[in-house]
Design a protein around this ligand. Structure first.
Ligand SMILES: Cc1ncc(COP(=O)(O)O)c(C=O)c1O
Length: 443
């Protein structure tokens, strides 16, 4: 494929005309496709058919608890055992609660602002505080910070995790930095998994704030697309070994295992943190939906079955990832106008345009009926400093819809890139567009 930057202006103008015709054809089709959020598709949801029927009018947990009644704030013992095993923590280090890990994160931060996190340091809300935000990252983490007026500091996310030199420097010198967001495995959106070294550095680093916390959102802990799971070092163990046992809160859920919005959510941490959380949560509620927990435990029975179930998810969504990756490679490979991730799991492909093009591409796709995640959403305050990152979420649409959406997307990327190259030539002939500025693979 030809490097667009080496093409002469006439050739580029000719291509622009042809691509514009194709774009107009797409517009005529009145498409209405939504690829904006990482949602499981109906076939994935069908994998959990029977889950809710599993109760079969028998509502008693293993210890005789009637799950229809109040109580059991920390979760059913069998649910705690199951997810403790999956998250590699002890059952007394986990609370299984509610349907949304995001809600657990939101509430934990709200309590930290009101009461602090350890009973020793002042409530976080008594002074302006900051969070480190490895980016591109998860827009809803950033939305929580914005909502609570927590200042966000963007940290570059590399292939092996956040830029740890920068993280270590900042947390060592600034007492108002209280937390860091991490999606450590198959990260949203770049798909990277933190290296052992990064996990160790996060656990051992010196922080000026003694109440500094890592928000370890392991949403994609079991969501491998490969036959062998991608390993992730155990952060709770690393924190204990580093003498910082209370430093990390681990979150996860079954939103993309069973039902999104109707699954189980969990938070794991040191026993001390868990006990503190339990006391606070007891003010908020008398207990979680234990019937759903019982249904989940009966459906899966053990951790091995959860892993088998996740292989079935992978079999459904792998062809979608492959379709997107193959189309990108065939249509954009070698043109030097974009880079993209090749994830081993998770829900997203992270795509980088030439600097300054992402917003325009997303707008053009929307004008022709394909809605993508808002450009900029993967950065704090919705501002991508280079305006180049776009999150592609291939799981929900059918293969037919996905192909159509990607064909349009690829046309938009080329059109916006050509326009950018032509403009830069007109303004400053010698100054060609700079190579793409991040660590994603150059194709
Ligand atoms: C990184 C990450 N965390 C959390 C969530 C939401 O999780 P839950 O459904 O448990 O609230 C998502 C959903 O896309 C996500 O990508």
């Amino acid at each position: 494929m030809v490097d667009f930057l080496t093409l002469d202006t006439d050739t580029l103008r000719h291509m622009q005309k042809q691509l514009t015709l194709k774009y107009e054809e797409f517009k005529q089709q009145n498409l209405k496709l939504n690829m904006s959020r990482g949602k499981p598709c109906p076939e994935q949801l069908d994998l959990s058919a029977g889950l809710l029927e599993g109760l079969n009018r028998n509502y008693l947990a293993a210890d005789g608890t009637d799950c229809r009644n109040y109580g059991g704030l920390e979760g059913l013992p069998e649910a705690r055992r199951l997810f403790a095993e999956l998250l590699e923590v002890q059952p007394d280090e986990i609370i299984v609660h509610g349907n949304s890990s995001l809600a657990l994160m939101h509430d934990l931060i709200a309590r930290a602002l009101l009461f602090g996190v350890d009973g020793q340091n002042a409530p976080w809300g008594q002074q302006p505080i900051k969070f480190l935000c490895p980016s591109p990252g998860y827009d809803r983490h950033f939305a929580i910070c914005e909502f609570f007026n927590i200042e966000m500091i963007t940290i570059p996310l590399r292939e092996d995790g956040p830029d740890m030199d920068l993280v270590e420097k900042l947390v060592a010198e600034d007492e108002t930095i209280k937390g860091i967001w991490c999606v450590p495995k198959h990260s949203n959106p770049t798909g990277i998994t933190y290296s052992d070294q990064v996990v160790t550095r996060l656990a051992t680093m010196k922080t000026k704030a003694s109440d500094f916390r890592i928000f370890w959102d392991n949403a994609y802990a079991w969501h491998d697309l490969t036959s062998e799971p991608v390993p992730l070092k155990n952060i709770l163990t690393a924190c204990k070994e580093a003498n910082h046992p209370d430093r990390v809160y681990i979150f996860s859920s079954t939103s993309k295992i069973t039902y999104a919005g109707a699954g189980l959510a969990m938070v794991a941490s040191s026993v001390q943190n868990i006990n503190r959380l339990k006391k606070q949560m007891a003010i908020q509620t008398i207990g979680p939906n234990k019937l759903n927990q019982l249904a989940h435990v009966r459906f899966f029975q053990n951790a091995h079955n959860v892993r088998l179930h996740m292989k079935k998810h992978a079999d459904i969504i792998r062809p979608k990832f492959n379709l997107v990756l193959n189309l990108l490679q065939t249509e954009l490979g070698g043109k030097k106008i974009a880079t993209w991730s090749r994830p081993q799991g998770g829900y997203f492909i992270s795509f980088n345009t030439m600097p300054g093009c992402a917003k325009k591409v997303v707008q053009m796709a929307a004008d022709a009926g394909v809605e993508l995640t808002k450009a900029g959403a993967t950065f704090p305050y919705g501002i991508d400093p280079k305006d180049q990152n776009i999150r592609i979420a291939p799981t929900y649409p059918s293969l037919v819809e996905l192909k159509k959406a990607m064909e349009l997307f690829i046309i938009c990327v080329q059109l916006v890139s050509i326009e950018k190259i032509l403009c830069s030539r007109e303004q400053k002939p010698a100054e060609l567009i700079t190579p793409l500025g991040n660590k994603a693979q150059i194709v």
